[in-house]
Write a protein that binds this ligand. Structure first.
Ligand SMILES: [Zn+2]
Length: 63
């Protein structure tokens, strides 16, 4: 029983899934690691890119 089904199920063919930044949590939209960023309050997935803040967070995590 899942009272809160995930708003952003992972799909296998989204180009953004291959971005290194996907390994970290997104500070902009709150997407968990390995989950696509979302826009419009989580109703739409960003399949082709991630938030700039997420890319920055990933870069900082490498240091
Ligand atoms: Zn995001």
């Amino acid at each position: 029983m899942t009272p809160h089904p995930p708003a952003a199920p992972v799909v296998d063919d989204a180009p953004a899934l291959h971005l290194p930044a996907l390994r970290v949590e997104c500070p902009a939209c709150g997407a968990q690691p390995n989950v696509l960023c979302t826009s419009h309050s989580g109703t739409r997935q960003r399949r082709h890119d991630v938030h700039r803040a997420r890319t920055t967070a990933h870069a900082q995590a490498q240091q």
